[in-house]
Design a protein around this ligand. Sequence first.
Ligand SMILES: C[S@@+](CC[C@H](N)C(=O)[O-])C[C@H]1O[C@@H](n2cnc3c(N)ncnc32)[C@H](O)[C@@H]1O
Length: 249
Amino acid sequence: MTEPNLQVPRELRRGGKLEDEAYAQSSALQLIDLICDCLEVPDLGNASVLDMGCGYRLAQTMLRNNVPIGHYSGLDVYHELIAYLQENVNDERFEFHPLNLHNEMYNPGGELLSADFQLPVPEASFDIICLFSVFTHLAPHDYSAMLKMLRRYVKPGGGLLFSLFVYETTAGGLGFIDKISTGLNISATDIENWSGPPAFKDWDPQQPLKWAIYSREHALELVEGTGWKVESLNDPRTYIQHHMLCTPE
Ligand SMILES: C[S@@+](CC[C@H](N)C(=O)[O-])C[C@H]1O[C@@H](n2cnc3c(N)ncnc32)[C@H](O)[C@@H]1O
């Protein structure tokens, strides 16, 4: 039986603030609302969601709060976490699959991601594909390969929502670069007066892909030719960094 108050052990919860249970839950509820807004539905009761790089946050929050969900597929390269979820969630609406994809930060020994990589879920079967705090750790070749690969899994009329770090300051001041510029006491105007941001910067090479930062221009141009059309690239909110909504081209 699924433990209704599913308590994922602390050692399996990774990803910055996500170790903070209260933040993880409240932010997950906001992400679920954001998905509903993208799909223009009041809840996810009839929706099929593919959560790529799922971690534990969305599934735990849905189960604990009895959030309506049609079908949820959670995929991740973190095998121990996926094994835990497979063992402890016994609800036919939820499925979890481990992947062995390469990620310099999370799974350096994995297989390189390519556009024709086959996921263990049916193609053209998801209303929404979401990746929260996953592109924030993706190198440029994985960024476009991931988009091309995921394109096969969305239903006609479905969508793709992912968060990312964009190399710019924003009006709300909630982005990665906002925090850096405040910390260094650099104004937004100073930053705008630079010759321009690099297309891509692995912010701290000592911690590969901990912060994968893209210029707005490059983040948008990497979507070209992947089969997706950009609907919007949105500023950070309290619970999410910049985020892009795409639909099938
Ligand atoms: C910061 S955590 C975010 C987890 C979850 N999406 C959330 O927002 O709570 C990033 C997750 O992405 C997973 N990940 C990284 N690269 C991946 C890839 N290429 N394919 C699938 N999962 C990946 C990691 O194992 C990790 O669980």
